[in-house]
Design a protein around this ligand. Structure first.
Ligand SMILES: Nc1ncnc2c1ncn2[C@@H]1O[C@H](COP(=O)(O)OP(=O)(O)OP(=O)(O)O)[C@@H](O)[C@H]1O
Ligand SMILES: [Mg+2]
Length: 635
């Protein structure tokens, strides 16, 4: 009803209860939100073991039990009050807050929409006390040091909310997910979840010596052993921002973005800057719309991030998002860049030798086996003593080999990159001893003008020669363009005979004007034709045959969203990738063994050479054991 038609109503202060119910509307969407708040509190209280007891998906009961510092009996009632907290006392505290909670609102909000009880025994106290949120009654109780918060009949006073809830099983799944988010970042804390009397999930406190080993152990417990073998360690510090964790290898990407976890100072967040940075780190190696898997822990000076942005604290605001973007992107990029071929050496064969219960009959009988099983054992190098010899081996290999001469090809001279100019290989070196030194082995044949077959210590290596060479040329071009950039030159550009015009949004028009210099650097000349029309007058020479409007639109969209430096990098990479495809050796070209071997050696030392420019694998390993299994040998 419009306000002017209704009688004037007096302005009144809302009752506390209603204020809390309104706050609850923001913070508590479903049982999982209560779980998140209570586990936050238990962690802030220094708990080492947290046990959850749930009933009917958490709607009937959520009880969270911890062994933290506890709450003094006289403070129990205050804890349930609005804006009552022990975690901050002034604005300074808020600006550098290190605890999960600080609003002093969660318990009051939950208490306003459910039947709550607090049972707590602080350290050094002879007994526990229990406070009923409903009646305010305080009575002695029995429990060891720590706190239990019981939340019964969630939304009993706000039935409309209750109607939004899904089945118990779904609500339970959300509750478990909420605990999992905490568990992934606090491996030193044990978690157990009971539902209707059954233990549904348990993660024991991990005992590792360093945070990294503890976290890896927890990641294994939560996602399964494969997670470690299918990911690489991330560890990078830049601009005072530390990024650690693990990034899934491209082969292990998923169709949904459901395994992407990001933390800022131990707080689980959904943050656009981090998500975008991680995604762009995969851009070069991930196929199509596949979603990477990662768990990233960002640590940053608390005053450089504002956590008081969203009531549920799932969003944060960085004082300098660009620095965070760079740090995350570089962290993941560096982790993914190392060619895994160079580290795969001998790991697989050793593993089989060491494994007494190996049964070839368990092997799949057909199909190409993913290289990832072999290559991913790298992740374990150094952790698993039995694999150390393999790791030394790789190290020796890297140290002893002659490095490639500095690349001198010019961008326009891509074709000169074939046959590969590699003086580290020469056929007379091809003694059996060398075969074991080369991770990708010794070329033995070319198949159908498409594949190179090579023999290495583990068995057979199959290489898609065009895809692999395309990546090598691409990586080379990227380093060349970096050189051009430091010389402050721009990409060669070609004017269009007839400018391509298109109806543009006001944002596109203003971006084109603001970023004219950046666009020119990219070889793009885009000017306003009319207030609502843009004209593309020149495009990069290499992309002259493409759709100028589409190119302009995507570059403008990127420019509007992000800082210029990342855009240039991305657009350039796209351009270079197209060039690389033209420059790479075509299928059906007959190669000599020397040429094939030279390509394998280049792959071993080229960053990201395990994936082609479109994110597909460039090589696969089939071990002798797998071949034996194919032929039922050794039964
Ligand atoms: N499990 C617990 N162990 C010890 N003290 C607790 C526990 N849960 C709550 N408290 C105390 O109760 C206070 C109120 O908790 P509440 O969750 O409402 O607010 P908060 O954690 O301070 O802030 P936020 O609203 O951001 O969560 C806390 O500041 C803390 O002192
Ligand atoms: Mg809290």
């Amino acid at each position: 009803m419009p306000l002017e038609n209704s009688p004037r109503r007096p302005i009144r202060e809302l009752p506390d209860e209603l204020i809390s119910q309104i706050a609850a509307g923001e913070v508590v969407e479903r049982p999982a939100s209560v779980v998140r708040e209570l586990v936050d509190n238990a962690l802030d209280a220094g708990a080492t073991q947290i046990t959850l007891r749930l009933s009917a998906g958490g709607v009937r009961l959520i009880a969270v039990e911890d062994d933290g510092v506890g709450i003094a009996p006289e403070e129990l009632a205050i804890a349930l009050k609005r804006h009552a907290t022990s975690k901050i006392t002034n604005l300074n505290d808020l600006e550098s807050v290190g605890t999960m909670g600080f609003r002093g609102e969660a318990l009051a909000a939950i208490n306003s929409i459910a039947d709550c009880a607090l049972i707590s025994r602080p350290a050094g106290q002879p007994t526990a006390f229990s406070l009923s949120g409903l009646t305010g009654e305080l009575s002695p109780a029995a429990r060891a040091q720590g706190t239990t918060v019981e939340v019964k009949e969630l939304f009993f006073s706000t039935p409309a909310r209750r109607k939004f809830l899904k089945t118990d099983a779904t609500e339970l799944a959300h509750c478990i997910e909420a605990v999992r988010r905490h568990a992934l970042v606090r491996p030193e804390v044990g978690f157990a979840i009971w539902h209707d009397g059954k233990l549904v999930e348990q993660w024991r406190a991990s005992q590792g010596e360093t945070t990294q080993t503890q976290r890896n152990q927890r990641l294994k417990d939560v996602f399964g052993d494969d997670f470690i073998t299918q990911s690489v360690q991330v560890e990078h510090t830049q601009n005072g921002i530390r990024v650690t964790g693990r990034a899934g290898i491209p082969d292990h990407a998923r169709s949904r973005a459901d395994q992407q976890f990001a933390y800022v100072n131990q707080r689980f967040v959904r943050d656009k800057v981090i998500t975008h940075a991680a995604r762009s780190a995969y851009e070069d190696v991930l196929h199509g719309h596949r979603q990477p898997v990662y768990v990233l822990y960002v640590e940053i000076e608390p005053t450089r991030v504002d956590v008081n942005v969203h009531p549920t604290k799932i969003e944060v605001r960085f004082r300098d998002g660009r620095e965070v973007h760079q740090a995350v992107r570089h962290a993941v990029e560096n982790a993914l860049a190392a060619p895994r071929a160079g580290a795969a050496i001998n790991v697989e064969s050793e593993r089989y030798q060491n494994s007494s219960d190996f049964r070839p009959s368990n092997m799949p009988l057909a199909g190409v086996f993913t290289a990832s099983t072999a290559i991913n054992n790298i992740a374990n190098l150094g952790q698993n003593p039995s694999l150390n010899s393999a790791s030394n081996f790789t190290q020796n290999y890297t140290q002893n080999r002659t490095l490639l001469p500095a690349e001198t090809h010019l961008v326009s001279d891509v074709s000169a990159a074939w046959p590969p100019q590699n003086n580290t290989y020469n056929s007379s070196e091809s003694t059996p001893a060398d075969d074991t030194i080369w991770p990708l082995g010794r070329a033995v044949a070319q198949l159908q003008g498409i594949y190179i077959l090579a023999e290495n210590a583990q068995g057979l290596v199959i290489v898609d020669m065009h895809a692999a060479h395309e990546r090598i040329v691409y990586e080379r071009l990227k380093s060349q363009i970096n050189i051009a950039e430091s010389a402050k030159s721009s990409l060669p550009s070609q004017p269009l005979l007839i400018p391509a015009t298109f109806a543009a949004t006001p944002l596109e028009v203003s971006t084109a004007q603001e970023c004219a210099d950046t666009l020119l650097q990219l070889g793009l000349d885009i000017t306003a034709f009319s207030p609502k029309t843009l004209a593309v007058r020149a495009v990069p020479t290499t992309l002259a045959k493409g759709d100028a409007v589409e190119l302009a639109r995507s570059v403008l969209a990127e420019l509007a969203l992000h800082d210029a430096s990342t855009v240039i990098q991305r657009a350039q990479n796209e351009i270079l990738s197209t060039m690389a495809c033209h420059g790479a050796v075509r299928a059906n070209r007959k190669l000599t063994l020397d040429e094939m071997n030279a390509l394998l050696r280049q792959m071993e030392e080229t960053e990201r050479s395990d994936q082609c420019n479109h994110g597909r694998s460039t090589w696969r390993q089939i071990s002798i054991k797998e071949l034996d299994a194919l032929f039922m040998r050794g039964r």
